[in-house]
Design a binder for this molecule. Structure first.
Ligand code: ATP
Ligand code: PRP
Ligand code: NIO
Length: 490
């Protein structure tokens, strides 16, 4: 791992303590439906799938993130006396329903892909099964959490790809859409590949390496730049990352930094490097690198910042800019170029008296046709390898892992429904039962590693930033037939 400025790793992980009780973070209609379900279908269970149809930034995959916060939200899903008083004041729902909420006991079961797993359009990456009233109540909250974190993790993954091994420091707290987006956005950015954050709360909360340099105000506050650098070096002799663009990078910032670096070295300290935050970064980093090298500081790192994104990073590296670290704020923490992941929560089946009844949504738009029934998603590998070549959505009771041959269909409802045979595959299930009583969760470092390992199994052309190859997502013949039968199409 490359050296990171100012990194300190705290040595404990704690449960998410800023997560509030979020049972009311939902749309009114969820409560209204839950009230109705409780009266009309009290013994009916429902299975809901969470999936998306379109990948942000025209990418081919999304990095799933947010599962820990979903589990924690479900663990804390109860209603207070104040909530009940408020509900009563709305005068919308039956008293029995309010009693039910007052003694709410979560009965839902959760299956999900592990956080950090790359997932593709239309495949469920999280499912909820439970009493209809309960499962319905969770729609908005679950989507709120996973749509946000998966969006930012996916954006971070794009930037990480562009940075091609150089560390990304997350700098976005000041530009995030409020405190929650800053904290959970940082969590997601780390899942997607960022190596450190400047956000102290997120770093403490999620055991993330915390890193940072200095702002222009430090330089401005002193009589001159050299004094500002010297004073910084006095306080942080081993963490002297100097911001060199307050006045002029090449005639003032870098020469002054070199002077201070020489003084530090004379006192037995090795300087860390410089940060450039404006101007033509390719030209400035090239010249600054030459100056640092000529002065005997080839190991001083160059960090750049200033409205970076994956396109600018790609362009800078193409121009040969000698950048060691990227500090990225607004375009990462807000996913500014594609600020929405439109994940949805769709009813796939209901269960009454022990019978599972698959359900479908047809809609005017064929693209919105849903996949009925309880399902499992498989990643298909060439046997005995870690080379994935497609995903497969199957009905839950299909014996996919033991089959040698399968007839499959394209899962995209707007594509032609041509059957194709599938042989030479090893199917590994992606959706795993998730323990809702869990108190410990995988660390972000573990999730990040898992994500990276999963990405390495995917075909390289699906990962490029521009016009990636579409990764095939098939459905089994049994699922396709069930879908066609319920939709009465084809
Ligand atoms: N050589 C380069 N190639 C591509 N993009 C660059 C290059 N140099 C800088 N950029 C990017 O171009 C954008 C505009 O840079 P510029 O320095 O003009 O920023 P600015 O926001 O106008 O300046 P300031 O932050 O000083 O107000 C930034 O996103 C910056 O990262
Ligand atoms: O550009 P971002 O990717 O969001 O990176 C974070 C920005 O935050 C700081 O800017 P600051 O708030 O000091 O404003 P300025 O540098 O634009 O004047 C820093 O100098 C970066 O430019
Ligand atoms: O530490 C830094 O250099 C930093 C932190 C936040 C925003 N911009 C820069």
């Amino acid at each position: 791992m490359q050296f990171l400025w100012g990194v300190k790793t705290v040595c404990f992980v704690r449960k998410d303590t800023i997560m509030r009780q979020l049972s009311l973070l939902t749309d009114l209609y969820e409560f209204s439906m839950a009230n109705g379900f409780q009266q009309e279908l009290p013994d009916t269970w429902g299975t809901f799938d969470v999936f998306f149809r379109k990948v942000p930034d025209h990418g081919s995959f999304v990095i799933s993130a947010g599962l820990q916060q979903v589990v924690e939200a479900l663990q804390q899903f109860t209603f207070t006396a104040a909530d009940l008083t408020y509900f009563k004041s709305l005068d919308l729902w039956d008293d029995d329903f309010l009693d039910y909420l007052a003694s709410f006991q979560m009965q839902c079961k959760l299956t999900a892909v592990p956080e950090g797993t790359p997932v593709f359009p239309r495949e469920p990456f999280l499912t909820i099964e439970g009493p209809l009233a309960q499962a319905q109540l969770l729609e908005t909250l679950i989507l709120n959490i996973v749509n946000h974190q998966s969006l930012i993790a996916t954006k971070a993954r794009r930037m990480t790809y562009a940075a091609n091994g150089r560390p990304i420091m997350e700098f976005g707290a000041r530009r995030a859409q409020g405190p929650d987006s800053a904290v959970y956005g940082t969590r997601a950015a780390i899942i997607g590949g960022a190596l450190s954050t400047s956000n102290v709360l997120a770093a403490q909360q999620f055991d993330i390496p915390v890193a940072g340099t200095m702002a222009h105000s430090w330089i401005q506050a002193f009589d001159d730049e050299l004094t500002a650098f010297r004073t910084w070096a006095k306080h942080y002799p081993d963490n002297s990352a100097l911001l060199v663009d307050t006045y002029d990078v090449l005639t003032s910032g870098v020469p002054n930094a070199i002077t201070v670096f020489q003084e530090l070295r004379a006192q037995g300290h090795e300087p860390v490097g410089i940060r450039i935050d404006s101007g033509d970064v390719a030209a400035l980093t090239t010249q600054a690198r030459a100056m640092l090298d000529a002065a005997g500081f080839p190991n001083a790192k160059i960090t750049i910042s200033n409205a970076l994104d994956e396109t600018i990073i790609t362009s800078l590296l193409h121009q040969g800019a000698p950048v060691d670290n990227f500090g990225i704020g607004e375009n990462l923490i807000t996913s500014a170029s594609a600020p929405v992941l439109s994940g949805v929560y769709k009813l796939a089946a209901v269960e009454q008296d022990g019978h599972c009844i698959p359900k479908i949504k047809i809609s005017a738009s064929r693209a919105k046709l849903t996949m009925p029934g309880k399902k499992q998603v498989y990643r298909l590998y060439r046997p005995g390898t870690n080379v994935a070549f497609a995903d497969l959505i199957a009905l839950q009771n299909e014996p996919v892992t033991t089959l040698k041959e399968l007839a499959v269909y394209d899962s995209n409802p707007i594509n032609l429904k041509a059957q194709r045979p599938l042989t030479d595959f090893e199917a590994r299930p992606l959706l795993k039962a998730t323990d809702l009583s869990a108190n410990d969760f995988p660390s972000l470092a573990t999730i990040r590693k898992h994500s990276q390992a999963q990405l390495e199994t995917l075909p390289a052309p699906t990962q490029r930033l521009v016009n990636p190859d579409e990764y095939p997502v098939y459905m089994t013949a049994a699922l396709a037939e069930l879908q066609a039968q319920l939709a009465a199409v084809d």
